[in-house]
Design a protein around this ligand. Structure first.
Ligand SMILES: C[S@@+](CC[C@H](N)C(=O)[O-])C[C@H]1O[C@@H](n2cnc3c(N)ncnc32)[C@H](O)[C@@H]1O
Length: 261
């Protein structure tokens, strides 16, 4: 979960109150839930009902091709080194109360069956298309104007090697907006993660003064962006040097073997 976007989400929720629970689709080891609980205490006061949904058995298969590095990072079975029990233990140790539900999103019951009425905040970090599609489908009856949504993979990345990401979260969110007619107002994005809020005209009229500053860069944002970009450029240059070095060795070996008697 991107910390800067999560912080903005909670600032918005504090300024524009809406009852309901906080939900995460794609929990893995619980980092996102811990951050949500922490921000909740800091910005919303009393603990709010917190839910986490995951297969807790790794990524399901995707029918959308996983191009380039995604084929490794998001392959079926990745993120399987976790369990409901381990996450529950971790949360209990931090005195975080959360309901964890195990299952592939497409086979879950309607969210009402788990005690969910209104969803105030949702973080979707399911990586692949099907996870987003099925999570959004489950959420449809539970979101309303004022629901804040944070999607981890909903913006085409600048990294050319990871362009395939756009076929996943972005596509599912776009289809969801088309079928439901929801008006998702973009607050801010960072790399592939997108923060938005479900709005209508009167919500925007009422909370524009809160939303507009949340769109701006803080000094910290500018510094972090700059550092990340520099590190990425350095890493690319290092990889280029290694690649050229290996090519050189391959050329020498080839030359030697053709010159050999
Ligand atoms: C990148 S990890 C989540 C990381 C987590 N949000 C964090 O902050 O550390 C993606 C998770 O989504 C889960 N997932 C993806 N698609 C799913 C689906 N269709 N049903 C259930 N779980 C799914 C995987 O099991 C995996 O644990």
């Amino acid at each position: 979960m991107h910390a800067g976007l999560a912080l903005r989400a909670f600032k918005l929720m504090a300024a524009a109150p809406l009852g309901g629970c906080l939900v995460e689709f794609g929990v893995y080891k619980g980092d996102g839930l811990c951050m949500m609980a922490h921000l909740c205490r800091q910005y919303l006061g009393d603990p709010q009902p917190l839910y986490g949904f995951d297969s807790f058995a790794g990524m399901p298969r995707s029918d959308i091709p996983l191009s380039s590095g995604l084929g490794v990072d998001w392959a079926e079975g990745t993120f399987a080194d976790t369990s409901v029990e381990a996450v529950q233990q971790r949360l209990t140790a931090k005195r975080i109360q959360a309901t964890l539900v195990k299952g592939v999103f497409g086979s879950l019951l309607p969210l009402r069956e788990y005690g969910i009425e209104t969803v105030r905040f949702v973080h979707i970090d399911a990586d692949i298309y099907e996870g987003y599609r099925d999570a959004l489908h489950l959420l449809t009856p539970h979101v309303q104007v004022g629901t804040v949504l944070l999607f981890d993979e909903s913006m085409p990345p600048t990294d050319h090697r990871r362009q395939g990401i756009r076929e996943h979260g972005k596509r599912a969110v776009y289809e969801w907006e088309q079928t439901t007619g929801f008006n998702l107002h973009l607050i801010r994005f960072h790399e592939t993660a997108v923060l938005c809020v479900l709005v209508d005209e009167s919500y925007l009229e009422r909370y524009a003064r809160t939303i507009v500053p949340l769109k701006r860069d803080t000094v910290m944002d500018i510094v972090v962006d700059r550092v990340q970009l520099t590190l990425r450029e350095r890493e690319r240059a290092r990889l280029r040097r290694i690649r050229n070095f290996l090519r050189g060795i391959r050329r020498v070996i080839r030359r030697r073997s053709t010159n050999a008697p």
